[in-house]
Write a protein that binds this ligand. Structure first.
Ligand code: FMN
Length: 254
């Protein structure tokens, strides 16, 4: 394929012409197939950790106004060894994927928008330095506002760095957010018109993470350059029904 044809093909991903071609009467939603779970269920007997929720007012967090947080926002890539508190982590998870309303239905509103309220993303944490928690690979459970321990890989720091194509700052930090998508959650409603909106949704999440980090005196950097297979293997996701799409290390900056 010529460079021009390739450009045309891949640019079309950004356009909304597909909407006219998709037969929405063939989507699983239209065919009355029940929606997939809004959250990937945790494995039976997995260790779960309760997080502190917005009802507590997060008394240990500083009060930073939105204007200041927006003005401070920058991609930060140098982090200190200082840990985050569980309260800070709770706030960051709520800010990026927390439930706002309707916690038990097929349409669960969160702190970020999502096309059709489908929220086709899961949040994993490569957790290194958070007070009270062991190093390991965790996942956020928005419905119960908890963490679940997925597994405890050997040499987690090195493996995260390797998965991010050697970008060392991603593993030398307190915690690295790794977002996967479960595309069927979006495909159930939008069919082939799902993929652009999944990517847009990921952007909203990461922007909330930037602002929430700045609000607590921490920093982050969006990372979209990574080795797909290594990242998927690290998380033990299958690479088809669920795969990594975005990452962001979080820590106190030095
Ligand atoms: C979608 C996306 C992907 C990015 N991927 C990386 C990355 O892989 N590595 C990196 O160091 N920075 C990455 N960045 C950060 C950009 O380099 C950064 O946002 C840009 O240089 C502007 O700087 P600022 O965020 O401080 O304003 C990414 C940013 C976005 C939005």
């Amino acid at each position: 394929m010529t460079a021009e044809r390739l450009k045309e093909k891949y640019r079309s991903f950004l356009k909304d012409n597909l909407r006219k071609k998709v037969d929405f009467s063939q989507t699983d939603q239209f065919r009355a197939i029940p929606p997939p779970p809004v959250e990937k269920p945790p494995k039976a007997n997995a260790l779960t950790i309760d997080l502190t929720g917005p009802e507590t007012g997060w008394p240990g967090l500083p009060a930073v106004d939105l204007k200041t947080a927006i003005a401070r926002r920058v991609s930060r890539r140098r982090f200190s060894n200082k840990p985050l508190s569980l309260e800070e982590l709770s706030f960051l998870l709520w800010a990026t994927q927390g439930i706002r309303d309707n916690p038990r239905t097929a349409r669960v509103f969160r702190t970020v928008p999502s096309a059709g309220c489908r929220h086709a993303l899961e949040t994993y944490l490569a957790l290194f330095r958070v007070r009270g928690l062991e190093e390991g690979l965790y996942r956020y459970l928005p419905l119960s506002h908890q963490l679940v321990l997925e597994h405890t890989p050997e040499q987690l720091e090195d493996r995260v760095i390797e998965a991010a194509l050697g970008q060392t700052f991603i593993g030398r930090t307190a915690v690295t957010f790794i977002w996967t998508t479960i595309p069927y959650r979006m495909e159930w409603r939008y069919g082939l018109a799902s993929y652009k909106v999944i990517a847009l949704d990921a952007g909203h999440i990461c922007q909330n993470l930037y602002l929430a980090c700045e609000a607590i005196g921490a920093g982050t950097c969006a990372v979209a350059a990574y080795d797909q297979n290594k990242a998927d293997r690290l998380l033990r996701v299958d690479g088809t029904e669920e795969f990594v799409i975005y990452m962001a290390p979080v820590g106190r900056y030095s």
